[in-house]
Design a protein around this ligand. Structure first.
Ligand code: F6P
Ligand code: MN
Length: 312
């Protein structure tokens, strides 16, 4: 079965292939740390990250492992959820790596899937450039299996880690179905949602008796990476848009290392990713930790959310 390195050899530049291979090796290490019998999964590191979240020991370890991979790959800089500012690396590096080293932190301690998100960028604009200019993006999921979704800008491929720590191709033409009957949202925040989200979800919940004329199921893992993997497998829509809570005017997720790489994967798999109105990939970040409202997944559903926003 095709290995990740064989897949990349014909599709990516040497520098890009080296960076992705290095990240895959880092993911093998992170996966092993998570599974290690000695790992106290929810041990707290005692610090807060740039975003004010309490860091877990595994957050810090994953971040150090990804930083090492970025350094070994000869990257010019590393941007991370766990670091206030970009870390400069090789002066002559041709790319920048941005990462959420361990996404889904609130699930670390409860043995639910978590993952690593990465974006590989050219060095222009110190990495603060619109998502369409990403060179590559990917997501590793540490779940019942360790898996990878990756794009180097032309389609999306999925891989599964084998017992030797090699990533083996599952599917080199991953496509998100255009239609779906599943939505993912944290419904505990319903009273804070803005009218377009209220209307969209009310129509889904009304099911076959409502204007959509079909029934919907609801799923919310609470790890972006795990909700995303399901959507890439069988369709669906994920929503974390702006709401009325203090600090949620731009939703919750971060543009540079969560939403933009996810959006590149989604578009390359035939889906759509917006902030309700604009394509995520058209937004130019002004800060490393900038948040952005995010809806992504099956085109029919993301378009319906867009129509609700256009209606005001
Ligand atoms: O990285 C942020 C994150 O942990 C995502 O992985 C996840 O989708 C979301 O937050 C969950 O947010 P909440 O706890 O508000 O449901
Ligand atoms: Mn995250």
């Amino acid at each position: 079965m095709t290995s990740l390195s064989a897949y990349l050899e014909t599709r990516a530049t040497t520098d890009l292939a080296r960076a992705i291979a290095g990240l895959a090796t880092a993911a093998v290490r992170i996966s092993a740390e998570i599974r290690a019998p000695h790992s106290v999964l929810d041990a707290v590191a005692g610090d807060v990250n740039a975003d004010g979240d309490t860091q877990k020991a595994l957050d810090v370890l994953a971040d150090e492992i990804i930083l090492e991979a970025a350094r070994d790959a000869g990257a010019a800089a590393y941007m991370s959820e766990e670091r206030e500012a970009a870390i400069p690396l090789a002066d002559d590096g041709s790319l920048i790596i941005a990462s959420d080293p361990l996404d889904g932190s609130s699930n670390i301690g409860v043995n639910v899937s978590i993952g690593t998100i990465f974006s590989i960028l050219p060095t222009d604009g110190s990495g603060l450039i619109d998502g369409r200019r990403q060179l590559a993006a990917g997501v590793f999921v540490y779940g019942p299996q360790t898996t990878l979704l990756v794009t180097v800008g032309v389609g999306v491929a999925s891989f599964r880690m084998d017992a030797d720590g090699d990533f083996r191709l599952i599917d080199d033409t991953v496509r998100i179905p255009a239609a779906s009957g599943e939505f993912a949202i944290n419904a505990g925040n319903q009273r804070h949602w803005l009218p377009p989200v209220q209307r969209y979800i009310a129509d889904c919940v009304a099911g076959a008796d409502g204007p959509r004329g079909k029934n919907f199921g609801q799923r919310w893992v609470g790890s972006l990476v795990a909700d995303a993997w399901r959507i890439f497998c069988r369709g669906g829509v994920f929503l974390y848009l702006a709401d009325r809570r203090d600090g949620f005017a731009d939703g919750r997720l971060r543009l540079v290392y969560e939403a933009a790489p996810m959006a590149l994967l989604v578009e390359q798999a035939g889906g759509r990713a917006t902030d309700g109105t604009r394509d995520i990939l058209d937004i130019t970040p002004t800060a490393v930790h900038q948040r952005v409202p995010l809806v992504f997944g099956s085109c029919e559903e993301v378009d319906e959310v867009g129509r609700q926003h256009a209606a005001g």
